[in-house]
Design a protein around this ligand. Structure first.
Ligand code: C5P
Length: 301
């Protein structure tokens, strides 16, 4: 024990600038070429000593996240405690700002945040690789929430290679009413691709170059999301949001991950503010948020 009384960890949301999806594997997952970019919208997870494991949450839509042991943050604490022979007696408080079930890795952020917070609280001394292995057990996107920045995720998204990035990109995120279930979106992807031979997912060379150059216009020409058709099929109104942002001068408009949040790349911070105002006025989303990235992953504050 280190004797710390509480530890707070800040964890960013992500947008997938490329999400190339292969066919369904024998284990039900899909092989991916998944280029993650961490953006400055954050959840904060605080771990404090308690009599037993307890999760509380505050923020928009927290009534839609479970507060029992099925919460990914609780599972992270239990997994870490079991690994080190400790009792997972901790109060985890999640201050949520990342849209719930929005395709921005909010649940994964909470899992990575809880892991880093409990690790610091309990003084386990776990190595970065040990923490990354626990992250991969918790979910495909959790390792990226730990590392942040920009990275290519292979396998089901958990095998990360950091990518070079030459600047900051300015984004607008249009938050939809309600969430979309990631497994449901992948099932819809499989349904839409039935009888089609889905090619091996590969990272786009043009996209990797645009990131390295920090070139927003080139990046806009290279972004793609193979889950977009499936998300739009389940939530047809997303087409209106994508058109509203595109019509307001965004360089690119795409669904973020499995949706239903939509992401708009802008030329600079001023352009992003303009796109956000137009999206708010369009009535095609609940709220539009600006955020820049890349930013670092889970960080003790
Ligand atoms: O790994 P995670 O628990 O976040 O995945 C949630 C669900 O998303 C999986 O159960 C699976 O249905 C789908 N998934 C997938 N292929 C991936 C990642 C997720 O099919 N590479």
């Amino acid at each position: 024990m280190t004797g710390r009384s509480a530890v707070t960890v800040r964890v960013p949301a992500k947008v997938n600038v490329q999400l190339a999806v292969g066919g369904a594997r024998a284990d039900g997952f899909h092989d991916l070429a998944n280029v993650f970019l961490a953006v400055g919208l954050y959840d904060e997870v605080t771990a404090a000593p308690a009599e037993s494991l307890r999760v509380t949450a505050a923020g928009p839509d927290v009534d839609r996240i479970p507060l029992d042991r099925t919460n990914l943050a609780a599972r992270a604490a239990e997994l870490l405690a079991a690994r080190y022979g400790l009792a997972p007696d901790v109060h985890l408080h999640i201050a949520k700002d990342i849209p719930v079930a929005g395709g921005m890795a909010g649940g994964s952020a909470d899992a990575a945040g809880a892991l880093v917070a409990c690790d610091a609280l309990w003084g386990t001394g776990a190595s970065r690789d040990e923490l990354l292995a626990i992250c991969a057990e918790l979910g495909s996107d959790v390792p990226f929430s730990l590392v942040g920045g920009v990275a290519l995720g292979r396998g089901r998204g958990e095998l990360l290679t950091p990518l070079e990035v030459g600047g900051t990109f300015h984004w607008v995120f249009a938050v939809a009413d309600g969430g979309l279930s990631t497994p449901a979106v992948y099932r819809e992807f499989d349904r839409l691709n039935e009888g089609v031979s889905v090619p091996e997912p590969v990272a786009s060379g043009a996209l990797v170059e645009a990131l390295a150059a920090g070139d927003a216009v080139a990046l806009a020409g290279a972004v793609s999301n193979d889950l977009q058709a499936a998300a739009v099929s389940l939530r047809p109104s997303l087409v209106d949001t994508l058109e509203a942002g595109g019509g307001a001068g965004a360089l690119a408009a795409l669904v973020s991950g499995s949706g239903p949040t939509t992401a708009f790349l802008a030329k600079d911070a001023d352009a992003a503010a303009g796109v956000a105002a137009a999206l708010m006025a369009s009535g095609t989303c609940r709220v539009a948020r600006v955020a820049a990235g890349p930013v670092p992953g889970a960080t003790v504050v």
